[in-house]
Every structure is written in structure tokens, then in C-alpha cells.
Design a protein around this ligand. Structure first.
Ligand code: ASC
Length: 129
């Protein structure tokens, strides 16, 4: 899939960047910062759910770091836990799509909260501060 480890790093960062951008647009609706628009929320949630499938095959051994935002070595020493976190994100982002399509702002707020928790949990465990 990747010729060089740096290619994997670039790829996973790109997927997380796109995911965060589109999750942010939905969060802004959930927080009342922009008007709730179910069609826009759905389109953005579909992108989040698709992006959520991509990064986790792009963590080849040895691509941890110590700088802020880089993965800790625990990604590899606790790989099963990391993979569980990935699955949780994927499951919650599928629910986010359903919530966005339901045209119910309270359901969307709940799903945004649950999805955001899966982001934060992995960051707390596996990402350098
Ligand atoms: C975001 C984003 C994250 C998560 C996290 C949730 O919008 O970029 O990494 O939400 O902050 O706690």
C-alpha cells in the first residue's frame, strides 16, 4: 500500500485532517454556532464515516514520534486496544450518519458527543501531547 513509511504518515494525516474538518462542521451545528441543516450534516457525516475507515492501515511499525500530535509507541505495543479504538470510531461515525439523516438535532448532538469521545479516547491513549 505504501512504498515508504513517510508515505503512510502523509496518508494518515491527510485522512485525519479531512475527517476533523468535516466533523468540525457538524460539531458547529450541534453547538448552535451554525444553523442545523440535516442535508449538510448528512453529507459531512458520510465523509467522516468514510475517512474513519482509512487511517488505521497506515500505521507501519516505527512511525511513532515524540513531537506533539505524533503517535506514541503504545500504538504498536497495545495494538489490540488501538484497533478497538478504531472500531469504536467507525461504529460511532456510522451512527452519526444515521443521526444526521434523522433530521433531529438532539439525536445529532448525542451522536456528535459519542463520536467525539472516541476521537478523544484514542488521542489520550495514543497521541503525544
Ligand atoms: C474534533 C476534533 C477532534 C475531536 C476531539 C473530540 O472536532 O478535531 O480531534 O473533535 O476534540 O474531543
Amino acid at each position: 500500500q505504501f512504498a515508504k513509511p513517510e508515505d503512510a504518515v502523509k496518508y494518515r494525516k491527510a485522512a485525519f485532517t479531512v475527517m476533523a474538518n468535516h466533523f468540525g462542521r457538524i460539531s458547529a451545528m450541534a453547538q448552535g454556532k451554525v444553523p442545523f441543516d440535516a442535508a449538510a450534516a448528512s453529507a459531512n457525516a458520510e465523509i467522516v464515516a468514510t475517512m474513519a475507515m482509512l487511517p488505521f492501515s497506515a500505521f507501519p511499525e516505527g512511525t511513532h514520534g515524540t513531537d506533539k500530535g505524533t503517535p506514541k509507541a503504545s500504538v504498536w505495543s497495545e495494538r489490540a486496544k488501538f484497533d478497538e479504538g478504531a472500531k469504536a470510531l467507525q461504529a460511532e461515525s456510522v451512527k452519526l450518519v444515521a443521526a444526521a439523516k434523522s433530521n433531529n438535532l438532539d439525536a445529532l448532538k448525542a451522536a456528535v458527543g459519542n463520536t467525539g469521545k472516541t476521537c478523544k479516547s484514542c488521542h489520550d491513549n495514543f497521541r503525544n501531547e
